[in-house]
Design a protein around this ligand. Structure first.
Ligand code: NAP
Length: 432
């Protein structure tokens, strides 16, 4: 069934039935080490997760890891003799397959839950990035980015402990959908003529990008955010948009978001309008508030009034900026986890959100926090909350005791940095 990889036989597949994940006690979980620092952080992540699962369930649950390939590792594993010169002459699909093999897509689809390190954007034209490729091929329409503060992490803000956000970023639409035309393309000229025939004004030398925001795409994203907020007993879901300017894309996202909230979650939610109209501004017990905010003021308010935010649902571009800005509040990119999910098919890919930091490759130096926290989201997705909490607890213990890698150590006084491997071990030690 697979071309070059063999799934392990000492574990079972995670499956999905009627939208509910069925997780055996010994699930097989594929992992992609990634490029650059990917193997360093993966080598720290796997034993740490194993230790958390062992400690939480005393040996009754265990992950069977399944190595799959993507990025440079895939190219050398599947095409050891292919030169760069030969590769760039091949059709775009083949170029992409060299870095993102069919085996890998098949395994992610079949085993449902995968974790991956960062990937280099490879040479060649025609496809933008492997991460985008994985998201598009598997229709992983939600990017979930939880952002929370761990005491002792160096930060530039005064009240970092107030930051506890989860950003639901739409992953498949917006200006990221790849409908773009160079200012010199013949299609650009046709488009300009069409737009002018509709009475629109546009400069001749414009590059053009199209921003599709669909009803179905917006609703499934907001639905996922509200379901998450209800399950986790979060107080508020905020729809973040720039609908005052882009009425039929960003504004429509907001309207469709409220429609989902009222049509599908009527008994669970109160909108901000209803809060003032029907409840005199006093939030009724046990309900979820659904409100909306303009994107630009949200950037100010997550900084100045962090505690007012809990779950944010937004489109691709806003979500991209907002996720990194929020991560900066609590110590930066080395600590920011993420996961890409299709809630209908159940396919889930947890990932470190930083890049491959190539200058630190194989130095056992960088912070594995982002991948460890991504593993914590993965464990939570499996319903293994106890193991997930142990990772949070261990990480908190390591940081507060100043057992940290170089990136955090350099922002603290008199702290000697420890290695990636040692950090993983410190996390395990502080689980107790
Ligand atoms: P990057 O790899 O994230 O590295 C930028 C800087 O961030 C590093 O030099 C380092 O800062 C710091 N950093 C990143 N990860 C860290 C970690 N785990 N621990 C401590 N510090 C960390 O960004 P880039 O240099 O722009 O991108 C390099 C490659 O990664 C590119 O090919 C890009 O396409 C790819 N990329 C992949 C992903 C992904 O797979 N999800 C995401 C972004 C970028 P200092 O040098 O100051 O120590």
């Amino acid at each position: 069934m697979y071309e070059k990889i063999t799934p392990p036989t000492d574990g079972e597949k995670i499956t999905i039935q009627d939208g509910k994940l069925i997780v055996p006690n010994n699930p097989i979980i594929p992992y992609i080490s990634g490029d650059g620092i990917g193997p360093d952080i993966t080598n720290a992540m796997i034993p740490t997760v194993n230790a958390a699962v062992e400690k939480a369930y005393g040996g009754t649950r265990k992950i069977t890891w399944f190595k799959i390939y993507c990025g440079d590792e895939a190219r050398s594993f599947y095409h050891p003799n292919l030169t760069d010169g030969e590769l760039v002459k091949r059709p775009v699909d083949e170029q992409r397959n060299a870095y993102l093999p069919q085996d890998t897509i098949k395994a992610i689809n079949e085993y449902l839950v995968t974790i991956k390190g960062p990937l280099t954007t490879p040479i060649g034209e025609g496809f933008r990035s492997l991460n985008v490729g994985i998201r598009q091929i598997l229709d992983l329409y939600t990017c979930v980015r939880p952002v929370r503060y761990y005491q002792g992490t160096p930060t530039r803000i005064k009240y970092p402990e107030e930051v506890d956000l989860t950003i639901f970023r739409e992953n498949s639409e917006d200006v990221y959908s790849g409908i773009e035309f160079k200012h010199t393309d013949p299609e650009q000229k046709q488009l300009i003529e069409l737009l002018r025939s509709m009475g629109k004004t546009i400069n001749d030398d414009s590059g053009i990008g199209i921003k599709p925001i669909s009803l179905s795409g917006s609703k499934r994203l907001v639905r996922a955010a509200i379901q998450y907020a209800i399950a986790k007993k979060k107080p508020v879901v905020t729809l973040v948009h720039k609908g005052n300017i882009m009425k039929y894309t960003e504004g429509a996202f907001k309207n469709w978001g409220y429609e989902v909230a009222k049509e599908e979650f009527r008994d669970f939610i109160v909108t901000e309008d209803e809060l003032w109209k029907d409840y005199n501004g006093n939030m009724p017990e046990g309900k979820l508030l659904v409100n909306d905010r303009i994107a630009d003021v949200t950037f100010q308010h997550i900084l100045l009034r962090s505690s007012e935010f809990s779950v944010l649902a937004t489109m691709n571009l806003n979500g991209d900026y907002l996720s990194d800005a929020a991560a900066a509040l609590v110590g930066g990119i080395g600590m920011a986890p993420g996961a890409n999910i299709n809630y209908e098919t159940g396919v889930f890919v947890a990932e470190a959100t930083h890049g491959t930091a190539p200058k630190y490759t194989n130095m056992d130096k960088v912070n594995p926090g982002s991948l460890l926290l991504s593993a914590a989201i993965m464990l939570e997705y499996l319903g293994w909350d106890e193991a997930s909490e142990l990772i949070h607890k261990g990480l908190q213990g390591a940081i507060v005791n100043k057992e940290v890698t170089y990136d955090l150590a350099r922002q603290l006084d008199d702290v000697t940095p420890i290695s990636t491997t040692e950090f993983g071990k410190a996390v395990v030690k502080h689980m107790s």
